[in-house]
Design a protein around this ligand. Structure first.
Ligand SMILES: NC(=O)N[C@@H](O)C(=O)O
Ligand code: NI
Length: 162
């Protein structure tokens, strides 16, 4: 039996149980730099745990295409993880609720150009999934000495389609 999910546009409301949407929607919170810059201030809940610290890494990820076979979900019990695209390309965001320590039914979102996301600590998600080259992202997540990755393999995979 093939399990299929269809992508939906990413919105802050739909994504709220899983994380924050990072974009310049609406009016800025502050006008700065002599009136030449709008600041969308403090828009993500960052969490790096008691023994971790914040790090910024750059990801150069291989683009995938739809339909996409989702065979892995993961989560980071020790910290949040933000993906900020360094291009104007939309990307695929997959998250799932927790169901007794296993992922529940996944949801698939397509970002709008210039949207990023911040996953809350412990949110089940698909790994970074660009849809166009270059798959360049800045990633803000926990740097620490203790493991921070739990993986769940899906068999059969879900087929994610537009
Ligand atoms: N492992 C890693 O750095 N990245 C993944 O957590 C991911 O969500 O892409
Ligand atoms: Ni991750």
């Amino acid at each position: 039996m093939t399990r299929r999910i269809t992508t939906r546009p990413l919105t802050a409301r739909r994504f709220a149980p899983f994380g924050d949407v990072l974009d310049c929607a609406g009016e800025p919170d502050k006008i700065i730099n002599a009136g030449l810059c709008g600041r969308y201030h403090d828009r993500a809940t960052l969490d790096f745990g008691p023994d971790g610290r914040a790090g910024i890494s750059l990801f150069n990820a291989t683009p995938r295409s739809l339909p996409y076979a989702l065979d892995l979900l993961e989560r980071h019990p020790q910290g949040s993880q933000a993906f900020i695209p360094m291009t104007e390309h939309p990307f695929l965001v997959i998250v799932a609720p927790d169901d007794g320590g296993r992922p529940g039914a996944p949801l698939a979102f397509l970002t709008a150009p210039h949207q990023g996301i911040n996953l809350h600590r412990g949110t089940w998600h698909g790994v970074l999934t660009p849809l166009f080259a270059p798959g360049l992202f800045a990633v803000v997540d926990r740097i620490g000495d203790t493991p921070n990755l739990e993986e769940f393999f899906l068999d059969p995979p879900y087929i994610v389609a537009a």
